[in-house]
Design a protein around this ligand. Structure first.
Ligand code: SF4
Length: 204
């Protein structure tokens, strides 16, 4: 079984799926089988059941953990039921720990319905990868399976999440250039999200 919980630069992460509707040009999954202290983040078709995730949580020592981030080798909202059940379980057994989900923001397309309320209410922080400030550039860099529809869907998802979650972020990586960074900042703030520009050297 692949690692379900792993650490990276002091943070604790949950890897619950390998499914994703994107093939981002920068995706870390193409660089190796694992990151941080994980040995292998690929499930090879045997995605963990909720009971297996629960067992991994029960066996893990969270003593110095203040935040758990759902971010692994796939898009967490591809397994929305498991994601929400796992967040609920962590709230129950580790009530002092903050919960964040890192997402591509395409949950509504993936699940075929509006999902922002459930996700926004389940997490302390929702972090959405914006990547680029326009639809064509976004489609080119993410190579998603919903061309033309993905970008407007992620904007709508983010704006709706901001109604239900206190902290919603949108991120880009600094390789897109100053002008696009500024466009992205304005876009994120217009949706009620905090804007984050990450350094490419430090990863996503
Ligand atoms: S959305 Fe995330 S997991 Fe999916 S391809 Fe892009 S970087 Fe990789």
């Amino acid at each position: 079984m692949a690692d379900i919980i792993y650490t990276l630069e002091g943070g604790v992460y949950m890897n619950i799926t390998n499914k994703c509707p994107c093939r981002c040009t920068f995706c870390i999954r193409s660089l190796g089988d694992a990151v941080g202290d994980a040995h292998n983040l690929w499930f090879h078709g045997n995605e963990p059941t909720f009971d297996e995730i629960k067992a991994a949580i029960d066996a893990y020592d969270f003593s110095n953990t203040d935040c758990v981030v759902f971010c692994g080798y796939g898009e967490p909202t591809e397994r929305l039921d498991v994601l929400l059940k796992t967040a609920e379980y962590l709230r129950e057994v580790k009530p002092g720990i903050k919960l964040r989900v890192n997402t591509n923001g395409l949950s509504d397309l993936i699940n075929g319905r509006s999902t922002a309320k459930e996700i926004g209410e389940a997490f302390d922080v929702v972090s959405v990868s914006l990547n680029d400030p326009d639809s064509d550039s976004y489609d080119a860099v993410t190579r998603n399976i919903y061309p033309k529809k993905a970008f407007p869907a992620l904007l709508k998802f983010t704006e709706e999440c901001a109604k239900y979650c206190k902290k919603v972020r949108m991120s880009v990586v600094d390789v897109i250039g100053e002008e696009n960074i500024e466009k992205s900042r304005k876009l994120a703030e217009s949706l009620g999200a905090e804007f984050v520009c990450r350094s490419y050297d430090k990863g996503r």
